[in-house]
Design a protein. Structure first.
Length: 644
């Protein structure tokens, strides 16, 4: 085994049209490359693993200034690999280095208690004897003990995806446009990533001609051929070419590398009737960094992040997310797809959950955009989505206004009375259904509890529910009715014309998991090229709300307040990065105190304007409290009344 010494840059200076960009320092780029063709002891030999490894060494040295350890064929025994992982790497790798690990050879996955147990197969392994294999858990353990900030593992072997069972986190996809500020975070934050050539249940092909724009690449595995192309610049495709600038930004992140490999390998292997799906996973030490390669011969093109102000607040505070906020709505993507499958199967859906579980946001910012995305991919639109309506004090009138303002493709509703309008609507819906048998109308009644809390006319409430019941019963093939409802109001709304369909229509919105909470905290900030500092601040926020019933509005409010506090410190010249900090969080009082602190602040501001507000605010607060069953409870006060 040999270690080839090369002089590595300590700082790279690139001049672009935007000015001079200084890259953060890595002392050395290190790589440990393993390639094994010559297996014995009952294991079949491979054709291209060593050739793949040798070519990768060449590309890393010449194009990316790497120092490389090379371990090929008979040198790559179990003993030598363990010695290298346990002794050589810890002795040489420092905190200021970054390390790339590559393995091309045999791999295997066996059944384990917690999922597949993956193994890399050394050159001297014996078929069927797991003691002579190198466990992926062992590999993960020793690599994770290294002090370097950035690590990238690339495994080109059968069942390489079994490495995922060493970690439980999913990796988020990097954005297409990488700003200078985001690049800084990619470099300074820990990046520990693994790219695999195949899933845990797939074999990796050793060779075939892989078509590329430059013809055929022979002598390499499909994955290695794509990897070599990617590292010479092909993976740097975003942003697209414009204003005389070439496509790409001058860097290739590990995520971009994975996306390129997936798009190159999966279709090509599928054509050869042996599908191979590359994957990317974070290791336990991974944070918000990204392993990065500079694109050979490409100038850096990293635009500055857009300026921030109140209009760019990525959090909604106490307001629900609307369709226009879908790009900031995270944590409920899987549930949105599940809800779509649910409404597709039946005419009535009742989205229920406790107050503060995000029912309205799920429908408006999750479900509706998802349906429109599907429709956009279809030649014939399958859905006509009416604007979500809230019943309010006069639900029938609100419904008619919704139908007419949305230009529903039915005959005009011009009847004089509400009852006649309802009859005309049902008749026209029948006519429309005959000519649009493949399409569905989605009618959304948001916050259906208002039928109880705001509609005081019991007769109108019953007529409204009767209308919905008739529509569901008569036009089940063409209408989809969706209600969002606080679960504590279920008995009042269930016992209506909808009762027959009710039990099958219940769709319960569960509390968010920790991973979903992390997504809804971090991802909106990432859209604005912001981050949390220190790294465990996000975990503190999650810990505070994970067991708190209906905590989403309070969490969103806290995050909004943290963003506004950040803006104030920027304007005072006390901060120059784009970080929401621990100090901000503590000054705000955390999640539990943030709302109280804001209320106190607003109260004090009003008192400064007029001392008379002191008694007015007290009266408003008292009106918002009611006594129920001997205990204090909330009572809603209409905005119009509170202004009187």
């Amino acid at each position: 085994m040999r270690f080839d010494e090369y002089i590595i840059f300590k700082q790279v200076k690139e001049l672009t049209d935007e000015g001079t960009i200084f890259m953060y320092e890595f002392s050395r780029n290190l790589a440990f490359i393993i390639g094994i063709n010559n297996y014995t002891n009952g294991l079949s030999s491979l054709q291209n693993a060593t050739n793949d490894a040798k070519k990768l060494v060449e590309v890393l040295r010449k194009k990316h200034s790497y120092q490389v350890w090379v371990c090929l064929d008979e040198v790559a025994t179990l003993k030598s690999l363990k010695n290298f992982l346990e002794k050589t790497l810890p002795q040489h790798v420092t905190a200021d280095d970054r390390l790339l690990f590559y393995f091309a050879g045999h791999g295997i996955a066996l059944n384990g208690n917690d999922g597949p147990e993956g193994y890399l197969i050394p050159q001297d392994a014996k078929l069927g004897d797991t003691k002579t294999y190198l466990p992926m858990t062992y590999l993960q353990e020793y690599l994770s003990d290294l002090p370097c900030r950035h690590f990238l593992g690339i495994l080109d072997c059968c069942f390489a995806g079994a490495f995922r069972w060493s970690t439980t986190r999913d990796l988020l996809v990097a954005p297409e446009v990488i700003h200078k500020e985001r690049y800084d975070r990619f470099i300074t934050d820990p990046a520990w990533q693994i790219i695999t050539s195949a899933a845990y249940d797939q074999k990796a092909l050793d060779a075939f001609n892989l078509n590329t724009e430059r013809g055929h690449i022979d002598g390499h595995s499909p994955f290695a051929a794509a990897l070599l192309e990617a590292l010479t610049g092909s993976a740097d495709v975003y942003p697209t070419a414009s204003n005389g600038k070439p496509s790409g930004d001058g860097i290739i992140t590990a995520t971009e590398l994975y996306l390129y490999l997936r798009d190159a390998v999966e279709p090509a292997t599928q054509e050869n009737r042996q599908r191979q799906t590359p994957g990317i996973w974070p290791m336990k030490k991974h944070d918000k960094g990204e392993y990065i390669f500079l694109t050979p011969g490409h100038p850096l093109n990293l635009p500055p992040a857009p300026p921030l102000d109140e209009s760019q607040n990525p959090y909604r505070g106490l307001q629900s997310y609307e369709e226009k906020h879908s790009h900031l709505f995270f944590g409920r993507q899987a549930l949105s797809r599940k809800l779509y499958d649910f409404i597709s199967q039946q005419p009535l859906t009742v989205v229920m959950g406790a107050s503060g579980t995000g029912k309205s946001s799920l429908v408006k910012a999750g479900l509706i955009p998802y349906i429109k995305q599907l429709d956009a991919k279809s030649n014939l639109p399958l859905w006509h989505i009416l604007s979500p309506m809230r019943p309010g004090e006069t639900p029938l009138k609100t419904l008619i206004n919704t139908l007419t303002s949305d230009n529903l493709p039915i005959s005009s509703i011009n009847a004089l009375t509400l009852e006649q309008k309802v009859e005309t609507f049902l008749s026209s819906l029948a006519t429309w259904s005959q000519f649009n048998s493949n399409s569905k109308v989605l009618l959304i009644i948001d916050q259906a509890e208002e039928l109880v809390t705001l509609c005081r006319d019991e007769q109108e409430r019953e007529k409204f529910l009767d209308l919905l019941g008739q529509a569901v019963a008569k036009y089940s093939q063409n209408i989809r009715l969706l209600l969002t409802l606080r679960i504590d109001f279920e008995p009042q709304v269930q016992n209506s014309a909808l009762k027959l369909h009710w039990q099958a229509a219940r769709f319960i919105v569960p509390a968010m998991t920790r991973e979903e909470l992390r997504s809804c905290i971090e991802e909106p900030a990432s859209i604005r090229v912001m981050y949390f500092e220190p790294h465990n601040l996000v975990e503190q926020l999650i810990d505070e709300v994970a067991q708190m019933p209906g905590a989403l509005p309070l969490l969103s409010f806290t995050l909004s307040e943290l963003y506004l506090r950040y803006l104030r410190t920027i304007r005072k010249g006390r901060r120059y990065n784009r970080a929401i900090t621990q100090a901000d969080y503590e000054e705000l009082g955390g999640v539990t105190r943030s709302f109280t602190q804001r209320a106190d602040s607003e109260y004090e501001e009003l008192i400064k304007q007029d001392k008379a507000y002191e008694q007015t605010i007290r009266n408003v607060m008292l009106r918002m409290v009611a006594v129920g069953e001997g205990e204090l409870a909330r009572r809603r006060v209409l905005l119009g009344i509170s202004k009187k």
